[in-house]
Write a protein that binds this ligand. Structure first.
Ligand code: ADP
Length: 462
């Protein structure tokens, strides 16, 4: 099958979040499963590095290769993409984001004909590439080259929709008839994600539970109605984890590699983390870890309320993260009051993240909603037991056999579940068995990539 993946970011070229990890890993797995894959993304400033060995294809398009022979095409436009960041700066989103991604989507569609790559499937991700399915069924509908091409839209987080003022609609080059509540209009604004949801052949999100949740008012951010109408076309596929990067047996950032066979070696990482964080080195005191954006979505509202109670328990805690200022200030307060128990790191630090995943006993991830979530999958891989709220991808990956789950989103339930985990931690033998079960879970890309191929086939059959 010929597959074109179009997205606004991809590891190793440009990354702001989990989308880049997915787009970095999926094409490589699809290639090993025998698919003919290309990727198309914008050529940002960060892409322009000699190490990427970029070659010119034609005016406005260049290209690099990943995996065995997956071509990554970069859409060039100095004015739009040669910037410090991908989507915006300290002052907010770039004002011309609609112009930028209209340009990207049209250039990507034109590219297929120019390089004579006629995809069976165009797989688009998030609002930035959502105009591709829209244009395919409108402006490109009568062009013979584009006949019968199917589209799949993956929604990574429905909270980000690409909303623009009505006055910007003419920039799309579409008939005003499409500014309609059944199409791109959303409460008087232009909603690009909605356009993608209406015009794509199939839609999926990054976990089965999240694909159901977003069809409800609570999680749908206003688009639940559009999704419910298309519920026969909405699917969920959990993201895989890059097992080359996240592997306790080979991880270069941790002091002691370990595996399920020599799980005791994990404790050398705990002692190292305790030293690094100015906590008393002690194998027996339960160490809770968090690596996260400090945002309400990640559960920091109930966690803030529960912090006092948790800090009074017989525990140690390490938090690594950046995000909302209010949580920075609040957590700094706790770090000052409980310096022997709580170590706070307000920064983005990949090396420390690896040390926390390896060195902690319990990984807290009480997200209010979670499309997929990587933190819990990483912690499972490292034998660090996740404690999560039952939502989205967390509900699909953590259960009573490999972690601790609470199902009412409240500080009380969070505190009770922490207590239950601490009690379980005391039973050494059962805890070791729990760690082993956690490490046995398989969230590699292999199975998820197979599911994507099946979804592409479903789209082709429609
Ligand atoms: P998100 O919604 O932020 O994408 P995920 O759980 O899907 O949440 O992925 C977050 C990824 O970013 C994980 O790999 C996590 O380890 C990493 N991460 C988050 N915050 C930090 C930080 N401050 N330093 C290092 N890594 C971080």
């Amino acid at each position: 099958m010929k597959v074109a993946i179009c997205a606004s970011e991809m590891v190793p070229f440009a990354k702001t979040g989990g989308l880049a990890d997915v787009v970095g890993a999926l094409p490589l797995k699809l290639e090993t499963l025998g698919q003919d894959v290309i990727v198309v993304m914008p050529k940002y400033r960060c892409v322009q590095q000699p190490k990427f060995k970029i070659q010119r294809v034609k005016q406005g398009v260049s290209c690099s290769t990943v995996g065995n022979n997956v071509k990554v095409y970069f859409i060039e436009n100095e004015a739009y993409f040669d910037r410090e960041n991908l989507y915006g700066d300290k002052t907010g989103d770039y004002k011309d984001n609609l112009d930028r991604f209209v340009y990207f989507c049209r250039a990507a569609l034109d590219l297929f004909a120019e390089i004579n790559f006629r995809p069976d499937i165009i797989h688009v991700h998030d609002w930035q590439s959502c105009l591709i399915p829209v244009y395919l069924r409108t402006l490109y509908n009568d062009k013979p080259f584009y006949k019968n091409i199917k589209t799949l839209l993956t929604i990574h987080n429905i909270g980000y929709q690409g909303l623009f003022a009505k006055e910007e609609f003419p920039k799309l080059g579409l008939d005003w008839g499409l500014f309609h509540m059944e199409m791109l209009e959303f409460y008087g604004k232009v909603n690009i994600l909605k356009g993608g949801m209406v015009f794509s052949d199939l839609i999926n999100t990054v976990s089965a539970t999240y694909s159901k949740e977003i069809q409800t008012k609570e999680f749908g951010f206003g688009l639940e109605g559009v999704l419910s109408k298309r519920k026969e076309s909405v699917f969920g596929i959990i993201n895989g984890l890059d097992y080359d990067i996240w592997n306790p047996e080979t991880d270069k950032f941790i002091v002691q590699n370990y595996s399920i066979q020599d799980i005791k070696n994990k404790y050398r990482n705990k002692l190292n983390l305790q030293e690094l964080c100015n906590l008393t080195p002690d194998q027996d005191v339960p160490l809770l870890g968090i690596v996260s954006r400090l945002a309400e979505q990640k559960g920091f509202d109930i966690l803030s309320d529960a912090m006092e109670a948790i800090c009074r328990m017989d525990i140690q805690m390490v938090i690594l993260g950046t995000g909302d200022l209010k949580y920075h200030l609040l957590l700094e307060g706790f770090a000052k009051r409980y310096p022997k128990k709580f170590s706070l790191h307000l920064k983005f630090d990949d090396a420390l993240a690896h040390k926390i995943y390896a060195g902690s006993d319990i990984f807290l991830m009480p997200s209010k909603y979670e499309p997929c979530g990587l933190g819990q999958m990483i912690s499972l891989r490292y034998g660090t037991i996740p404690l999560v709220f039952k939502t989205g991808g967390l509900a699909d990956t953590v259960n009573d056999t490999n972690g601790f789950v609470f199902d009412t989103y409240s500080k009380e339930d969070l505190i009770e579940t922490v207590k239950a985990a601490l009690k379980a931690f005391k039973g050494k033998k059962a805890w070791t068995a729990l760690m082993q079960r956690a490490m046995q879970c398989d969230f590699s890309w292999k199975e998820s990539a197979r599911q994507y191929i099946r979804l592409y086939e479903t789209a082709r059959a429609r």
